[in-house]
Every structure is written in structure tokens, then in C-alpha cells.
Design a binder for this molecule. Structure first.
Ligand code: PLP
Length: 418
């Protein structure tokens, strides 16, 4: 099961860019990934041949309906759910606010919602907004030494009054993979719903909502090689039971009742192309096994992606830990790398994260500085006032050379020889 990296890189036109004569190294994947040519082609093709609103009695509208149905089938394979158990929208944040508002209509004052210190604020603020309706928010702490969730605290925070447990699959700041299966079980044991933010795990790990048995799960295709938009899985029973705010003429059928207003059809076309791109990665990785179905191809893709990413991450983390004055946040022991994705957060003794990101950026190495909206975490770790972290994110199109280029630039930055 090997990633065909040469083929992978040839799919992404933007990887050919240079900055100040340096080849661009996109280590900014956690903020949004690059897109393969077939996604660009799908968006363009939609505009050229199908551009119309839905449900009209003419050719382009019918083509739009067919395209959306086909994209739903692709995302259903991606989530391992039925096509009517998922809905699209502008981004995860907007979709989560809308879902929280809908769930909030059925909450009673004193009902509790569990959020975490490790999460992106898009999985915190929408639930905190329900305090206005009398909900009580309980926030699970982390273990500071390795930036994992404090599971004892989580068990304490889930009570018979808990109605929702909202937790991330993986941290977009420090890369921790949370034990979501266990958390979902604990939520269900207490009679609560489990909402999973899979935005950060989606480019790195397969999603299987059936195996997880979660109630809702959200992700954003622009983080896994697709266009800028969001997508939510919801258990059918819940999607029918909760009452989203919607306009009166919109039907109550699934998934329409959750897709308020006109969707970005061209992006939906691109989502299908992104899923098909990943399936193609999987088919190439499992070449010789015949034409495998899309879901199976996706699972193969993630096995190959994971192996490649973690080889690079191991090399990168080992190199980072040798840089004098570097502070590393999160899991750094290779024996525990099954509990992380290849996203790391670091700080330097004599340079702010912004200074480091700027120096790297001049050399064509794209990283990120700040809190990336993981505000609870930067506050908890005491780095919010001080520029947050420098975040370096590997995805499957990154290379060993890029990791080495990064490490030598950082060694030069801190004044040890490159
Ligand atoms: C873990 C995580 N959750 C949620 C979001 C918000 O996603 P969106 O930009 O689709 O609203 C992000 C975006 O960076 C993220 O990394």
C-alpha cells in the first residue's frame, strides 16, 4: 500500500509555484489544502454546462439536480452513510451554528452541553451561544504535558443533564487524535447526543459514521482537497426530529430541510471530484486488486496517505526537537504517534510565531502563526498573549525535501548552522 507521490504531486497545479526563487512548500494544509486539477475542472465544467438553480423543468437545472445527487452519493461513501443523511452548506462554522440553534429549540434551562479546551472555536461558540437559552456549558480540560483530553475530567463533566457532547476528532492546533469512539459511548450512556468536528481529521484519517455511531459529524471539503464549503452527517432520525430554521416554501424532505437557501452548486461539483480524487489515490495504492468500489478505494487511500504522512511527521518532529530553545506542544513520543495527525505546534525562545512564519514565508515555506481559532487551547497554555504557536501541517502531497528545507530554515532562524 504505497502512495504514488509523483502522480499525486502532478495532480495539483498550484504545487508548481515558486516564491523568491524557492519552490513553494505548502505546510499550511490545516488552514485549507490545495486542489487537484480535476476539482478545478469540475467547478469550471459546472459553470460551462450545468449552471442553474435546482428543480427546474429544463436541461441545465436537471443537470444541476443530477450533479448534486451524484455529489451526495460521493460524500455518502466518504462518511459511510446514506446520501440523504448528509447536507451541504457554506462552511463547518455556519452549519454548526445552525445545527446548535435547531437543537437549542428543544433544550430546557439547566440542560448541559459538554465542549472541550482542545477544540476549534467553531465547535465551542455555537454551543456557548445556547447559554442565552439557559443551557449550561461544561468545558473539559486537557492534560497540559501532551495536549490530550483529560478523560477523567470528561467523565466528570458528563452528567444525567448532559444533552450534547461536542468534541473534535483531531486538534487543528497540536494534532492530537481524540478517543472519539469512547467519548461517543460515554455520551450515549448518559443519553446525550455526540457531535464530532472532523474538520481536522478528514485529510488524514477515514471517517466511518456507522462504526463511530455518532449522531452528527461535520467537516469541510476545502480541508481535504475540495472547494470551500462545509458538510454535515446527521443520523436520519435526528435530522427528521430537530427543527432547523427554514423558509416556508422549502420542503421538509431530507436533506433539503437542512440546506437553507441556494447552495454553491459549483463547489458541490468540486466536492464530488475531490472524493473521486482520493478514491483514485486509493486505487493506485492498491493497484493489482482490480476495480474496487469507491468506499474501499477511499480506505486504501487513507492507509497510503497515513503511512506517507507519518513517515514525514516522524522525521520532522525528530528534527524539530533538536532545535535549541524550541518548545513543542503535543505528543512527541513516536511510540504514541497513532494518537496524532501530522500537525504540530511549536514556539521559539527568541522569535515570535509571526516572525518565524514570515521568515519561512520568504523562503516559500507556508506555515501559520497564532491561535487558528483554537482559542481555548492557546489561552489554557498561556500563549495567547504572546503570538500563539507556529503551526506546521503536513498533508499527503508534502515531501521529505520540504521537511528538510523547513528544518534547515528553522535551524538558521535560531542561529545554529543550517
Ligand atoms: C478543527 C476545525 N474545526 C472547525 C473549523 C472551521 O471550519 P470552517 O472553516 O469550515 O468553518 C476549522 C477550520 O480551521 C478547524 O480546523
Amino acid at each position: 500500500m504505497k502512495l504514488d507521490l509523483k502522480w499525486v504531486r502532478a495532480q495539483f497545479p498550484s504545487l508548481k509555484q515558486t516564491v523568491n526563487g524557492h519552490p513553494a512548500a505548502y505546510l499550511d494544509g490545516p488552514a485549507g489544502t490545495q486542489v487537484p486539477q480535476r476539482v478545478i475542472d469540475a467547478v469550471r465544467d459546472y459553470y460551462e454546462h450545468s449552471n442553474a438553480n435546482t428543480c427546474g423543468a429544463f436541461a441545465t437545472s436537471r443537470r444541476s439536480d443530477a450533479m448534486i445527487a451524484s455529489a451526495r452519493a460521493a460524500m455518502a461513501d466518504f462518511f459511510n452513510c446514506a446520501p440523504d443523511e448528509l447536507y451541504f452548506g457554506p462552511n463547518m462554522t455556519t452549519l454548526t451554528f445552525a445545527l446548535a440553534r435547531a437543537i437549542g429549540r428543544d433544550l430546557q434551562p439547566g440542560d448541559e452541553i459538554v465542549v472541550t479546551t482542545l477544540d476549534h472555536d467553531a465547535n465551542v461558540a455555537p454551543w456557548r451561544a445556547l447559554e442565552e437559552r439557559g443551557a449550561v456549558i461544561r468545558q473539559v480540560d486537557i492534560r497540559q504535558e501532551d495536549c490530550t483530553l483529560d478523560m477523567d475530567d470528561l467523565r466528570r463533566k458528563i452528567t444525567p443533564r448532559t444533552r450534547v457532547v461536542a468534541v473534535g476528532y483531531a486538534s487543528n492546533a497540536v494534532g492530537t487524535i481524540n478517543p472519539v469512539e469512547e467519548i461517543i459511548r460515554l455520551a450515549h450512556d448518559a443519553g446525550a447526543l455526540a457531535f464530532i468536528d472532523a474538520v481536522h481529521s478528514a485529510p488524514h484519517c477515514p471517517i466511518d459514521v456507522r462504526a463511530l455511531d455518532c449522531d452528527f459529524l461535520a467537516c469541510s471539503p476545502y480541508k481535504f482537497f475540495g472547494p470551500h464549503m462545509g458538510c454535515v452527517y446527521g443520523n436520519r432520525e435526528h435530522l427528521l426530529r430537530f427543527r432547523p430554521y427554514k423558509v416556508r416554501p422549502a420542503t421538509d424532505a431530507l436533506p433539503d430541510r437542512w440546506e437553507t437557501g441556494t447552495q454553491t452548486h459549483e463547489c458541490i461539483a468540486g466536492v464530488e471530484a475531490a472524493v473521486d480524487y482520493l478514491a483514485e489515490v486509493g486505487r493506485r495504492a492498491s493497484a493489482g486488486q482490480g476495480d474496487i468500489p469507491r468506499r474501499e478505494a477511499l480506505l486504501s487511500a487513507y492507509r497510503a496517505i497515513r503511512q506517507h504522512e507519518m513517515t514525514l511527521a516522524t522525521r520532522m518532529i525528530e528534527g524539530l526537537l533538536q532545535i535549541p530553545g524550541l518548545r513543542f506542544f503535543g505528543i512527541s513520543d513516536p511510540a504514541r504517534f497513532t494518537q496524532r495527525v501530522p500537525t504540530v505546534a511549536v514556539r521559539f525562545a527568541n522569535h515570535t510565531p509571526l516572525e518565524a512564519a514570515t521568515v519561512l514565508g520568504e523562503r516559500g515555506i507556508f506555515t501559520w502563526d497564532g491561535n487558528y481559532y483554537a482559542l481555548n487551547l492557546t489561552e489554557r497554555l498561556g500563549v495567547e498573549q504572546d503570538g500563539g504557536f507556529l503551526r506546521i501541517g503536513i498533508v499527503h502531497y508534502n515531501t521529505t525535501e520540504e521537511v528538510d528545507h523547513l528544518l534547515s530554515a528553522l535551524r538558521e532562524l535560531v542561529g545554529c548552522e543550517a
